[in-house]
Design a protein around this ligand. Structure first.
Ligand code: 5GP
Length: 120
């Protein structure tokens, strides 16, 4: 799947759509989900044009992948999520229920989140 420059997170990265930023550096942006599923629901995205976790882990260097996930952990700690725990989700493709085709990690916490996957 090729990267769609018109996806909503590409527009956020270009500053065309506002976001509630919690962290930003040269390679990573973290912002609050517009429709939070938990008291804390933050999306962490690389600034590079990657469609999904599958795409990211194929095309990005090991250094970039490692740096990204180091940041995910740092952002979780900056939000205090490590104290009571949290859930990290990276939906990929159709079966994964991915809606926005720019790789992102959901950080969710602030309450007991229950079962990992609801029965269909
Ligand atoms: P996915 O289903 O692709 O894993 O998750 C996409 C997430 O992006 C959803 O949780 C959805 O609420 C969030 N989202 C969609 N559009 C926007 C937006 O314009 N701004 C923000 N902050 N989040 C968005």
């Amino acid at each position: 799947m090729s990267y769609d420059d018109d996806n909503i997170f590409a527009k956020i990265l270009r500053g065309e759509i506002p976001n509630d930023t919690v962290y930003e550096d040269d390679a990573v942006l973290a912002f609050r989900d517009i429709a939070p599923q938990a008291p804390v629901h933050v999306l962490v995205i690389p600034k590079g044009a990657y469609v999904s976790l599958d795409d990211f882990t194929q095309k990005a260097s090991a250094e970039e992948v490692g740096r990204f996930f180091k940041r995910v952990g740092e952002i979780a700690r900056s939000l205090g999520l490590e104290k009571d725990g949290f859930r990290t989700i990276a939906n990929t493709g159709v079966d994964g229920g991915q809606e926005v085709p720019h790789f992102h990690v959901h950080l969710c916490g602030g309450r007991r989140l229950g079962r990992m996957i609801a029965k269909a």
